[in-house]
Ligand binder design. Structure first.
Ligand code: GLC
Length: 559
């Protein structure tokens, strides 16, 4: 397939993300499951999506909700059986919906037989991990910090050695320099391909490339990350994996979760000539409300920074023939609607505006469950309501750093990953129509925000359907180039999508008050049509100045 065709294919797709634990509970244990997803297939079809990314449902002790895999080849009984999975794949396939699985290859659970054999003294498997002696002075092999707090090293059984874990101590980092580890990864992918899986998401993949000799950092968090993030060898191993597995089928879609990556690397990961990945998830645009880069200190979103980041990435990826995943939400982020918009007054308009702003960019949109009905963060009043390991750790670490218990709680409330992990709200029932039993995580706003109400008289789901249809039918959106507009405007995020002689522009007001803007003169009095508006605006040409309503989104295509 030539490279233009590959990008066109990606540009028409829309991917939906399901967090299985929280989608729908079919057997009344308070935890979502595969049969629950099967029961909701009609709902998924009605959104016109092309593929579903499922967070991991492999065998796991669930210390990090399935990102600690103990068996990559089997379904955790918590979620169902292999037969359930096969039924899900085939029922989705009949409806032209592909399945994307989450491949967690930077680390595996310490309950995985590889780690258990290593612990029992098997040298072959000890080479699967980063096992190192203490320094001469008895301190840990390096001063690295775990991303979930505390040191990145834990004692290796009863030995005097330590193993590396960039995440939880129960998630041991795999040594990708070992060709056996790389072969295991390819085998796992090929196993699932045979089951009809046509998409793969690679979890935190750009941290696999640590050097063989691990060295201390200078203690600065950013510098420390550079020691193991986005190194050249990641490209090498990705290319090798591509050739040995998913790259053998041009239908397969892949996305790499790339922490703190660069534009140059993202182009390299995704330029089809390099045979690495279809696209990448990058996170810079979701850190615009971090104070000094610290996730747990929240400031109002820096809109200029957000615009700059999105524009620079979009324009440069376009130039370099790279490809991005487009998203505001996932299972690791608080809900964007709560983060960027005044949901008390403008939940509907805010949801529609955010969706327009992100989905019409150049790339492949990802919609996270519940986003399409305008779900917002839960309103918890105690730390005990949170389940997530990162949130719980942060609560204690922040207090150690001097935060009061109250302030530590508020920090968690704003940034906890549980904000997006609450059960999908199907009805206004006590358990949100998600389960007949008390769910594993509590919902608090299902009384007003739920699928039943949304489908009856809401305006968000329909708007998502229209946006998705637009992407499928309008080549300017699936294939067009991108150009930033109104770069300096303090309220409006605007861009043009153009291809050959045709062009459309997208105008979105990110604020809960009207925003006036002057359009560049080349657009004035040019006839065209409104493709999408969340205020039913009708225009036959664009006036020289226009005032957007709160959270207004307007898409205008020139004749
Ligand atoms: C990714 C996942 C996250 C998980 C982490 C470690 O960032 O999205 O949920 O905790 O990797 O696997």
């Amino acid at each position: 397939m030539n490279k233009e065709k590959i990008l066109t294919k990606l540009g028409k797709k829309v991917i939906y993300q399901i967090y299985p634990k929280s989608f729908y509970d079919s057997d009344g244990d308070g935890i979502g499951d595969i049969r629950g997803i099967i029961e909701k297939i009609d709902y998924l079809i009605s959104l016109h999506i092309d593929m579903i990314w499922f967070n991991p449902f492999f065998i796991s002790p669930q210390n990090d909700n399935g990102y600690d895999i103990a068996d990559y080849y089997n379904i955790d009984p918590l979620f169902g059986t292999m037969a359930d999975f096969e039924e899900l794949v085939s029922k989705l396939r009949v409806n032209h919906i592909g399945v994307m699985l989450d491949m967690v290859f930077n680390h595996c659970s310490t309950s995985h037989p590889w780690f258990q054999k290593a612990l029992a003294g098997n040298e072959k498997y000890q080479k699967y991990f980063y096992i190192r002696p203490a320094k001469k002075d008895g301190t840990l092999p390096t001063n690295w910090k775990s991303k979930f707090g505390g040191p990145a090293w834990a004692k290796f059984g009863n030995t005097d050695k330590f193993y590396l874990h960039l995440y939880d101590p129960t998630q041991a980092d795999l040594d990708w320099h070992n060709p056996d580890v790389r072969k295991e990864a390819a085998n796992i992918i090929n196993f699932w391909r045979k089951k009809g899986v046509t998409g793969f998401r690679f979890d935190v993949f750009n941290v696999i490339g640590k050097s063989e000799i691990l060295t201390d950092s200078n203690g600065d968090e950013k510098d420390e990350k550079k020691l193991y993030t986005d190194t050249p060898v990641v490209h090498k191993y990705l290319h090798e994996l591509n050739r040995a597995s998913f790259g053998q089928d041009s239908e397969v879609i892949t996305v790499g979760e790339m922490s703190s990556t660069t534009i140059a690397n993202s182009i390299e990961y995704t330029n089809p000539n390099n045979q690495e990945l279809s696209m990448v998830f990058t996170f810079h645009h979701l850190k615009v409300d971090y104070k000094n880069g610290d996730k747990w200190q929240t400031i109002p979103p820096d809109f200029s920074k957000l615009k700059n980041l999105l524009f620079t990435w979009q324009e440069q990826l376009d130039e370099g023939n790279g490809w991005n995943a487009l998203f505001w939400n996932n299972h690791d982020q608080p809900r964007a609607l709560s983060r960027f918009c005044n949901t008390r007054k403008y939940r509907t308009q805010g949801a529609q505006m955010l969706a327009t702003a992100i989905q019409l960019l150049r790339g492949t949109p990802f919609i996270y469950q519940g986003e399409e009905i305008g779900m917002i963060d839960p309103d918890y009043s105690s730390i005990d309501e949170y389940v997530d390991i990162e949130s719980k750790n942060a609560y204690h670490i922040l207090q150690k750093k001097g935060f009061s218990a109250h302030d530590a709680f508020l920090a968690v409330k704003q940034k906890s990953r549980d904000n997006s992990r609450t059960p999908m709200q199907w009805t206004d029932d006590k358990y949100a129509g998600f389960s007949t039993q008390k769910p594993w995580l509590t919902s608090t706003n299902q009384y007003t925000i739920n699928v039943a109400a949304e489908l009856k008289h809401g305006e968000i789901f329909k708007f998502y359907q229209n946006l998705i249809t637009l992407r499928k039918n309008e080549p300017l959106i699936s294939d067009g180039h991108i150009k930033a507009l109104l770069r300096e405007d303090k309220h409006v995020f605007a861009y043009s999508r153009y291809l050959d002689d045709s062009e459309l522009i997208v105008l979105t007001n990110f604020y809960d008050e009207p925003a006036s803007l002057e359009l560049p003169s080349q657009y004035l009095q040019c006839p065209g049509t409104v493709l999408l508006s969340n205020y039913q605006r009708i225009l036959k040409e664009l006036p020289s100045s226009i005032t957007l309503k709160p959270y207004e989104a307007l898409v205008f295509k020139f004749n």
